[in-house]
Design a binder for this molecule. Structure first.
Ligand code: SF4
Length: 246
């Protein structure tokens, strides 16, 4: 098995993509994404330790974590060179957080491991989804992480339009950090349910960002039918990107 990913409904045999993603994601990209999520867990552990020590965690850190989680959603960023850059940035962000407080920091591997880009793929092989052996624990941890990815997509879109909520970022830290701990099933389920609540909060934030920027949606006439030249149908949430294309 060269990779393992089961994060979306396209997954091979409804089981997992193990050689190459049905979506086109290759081994290098899958593994670099796994390592990125691992280091984000370490950032979260340090962010929580810094807060507990009375330090102010910059809002930029939460935004960076959201951007990185968003980049690991299916079909968002399959550029392994860019993902590798994000891992390097994540290691720097983690080191900056560590410098904000004194005393013993978290000892989990995600909070302490460091390496050069040539080390990334070897390290990634040891920290992917299957590194959690207990299937129930693995399922609940991954369910939570996939919820965080969705929250992050909404949060990132809202941030692009100028609206951020630090409470959302704090939940990303709490939830990512929780996946490094041996929690009970009830505790893990509670976090998954909280991710649902935070997801609704984040959608409301994005809705406010969109309507404050572009107004309320209204019925509009659009051209239907077939044109004489090839075209691309564009939909989704990237309204600012679309605006900049006009
Ligand atoms: S994101 Fe791609 S590699 Fe992962 S499960 Fe979906 S299709 Fe497979």
């Amino acid at each position: 098995m060269s990779m393992f990913c089961f994060q979306c409904q396209e997954t091979a045999r409804n089981n997992g993509c193990t050689v190459r993603g049905v979506c086109g994601k290759d081994e290098s990209t899958a593994k670099t994404q796994d390592l990125l999520v691992h280091v984000l867990k370490g950032i979260s552990l340090h962010a929580r330790a810094a807060s507990a020590a009375g330090a102010q965690v910059p809002t930029d850190v939460g935004r960076f974590v959201a951007e990185c989680l968003f980049s690991t959603i299916t079909n968002v960023d399959f550029d392994s060179a860019h993902l590798s850059q994000l891992v390097g940035q994540a290691l720097e962000v983690r080191a900056q957080l560590r410098s904000l407080y004194q005393g013993k920091g978290p000892t989990h591997d995600s909070a302490t491991w460091t390496g050069a880009p040539e080390d990334y793929l070897a390290k990634a092989a040891a920290v992917g989804v299957l590194s959690t052996e207990n299937e129930d624990q693995r399922s609940l941890r991954e369910l939570l992480v996939y919820g965080l990815k969705g929250i992050s997509a909404y949060a990132d879109h809202a941030a692009v339009l100028g609206l951020e909520d630090p409470a959302i970022y704090e939940f990303l830290f709490e939830a990512l950090a929780s996946t490094t701990e041996d929690l009970s099933v009830d505790e893990m389920v509670a976090l998954v349910l909280k991710a649902g609540e935070i997801g609704v909060t984040t959608m409301a934030l994005l809705d406010r960002a969109n309507t404050e920027t572009y107004g309320n949606p209204e019925l509009s006439e659009v051209q239907l039918g077939v044109g004489s030249r090839p075209g691309i149908l564009v939909s989704g949430h990237d309204l600012k990107d679309l605006e900049e294309l006009l």
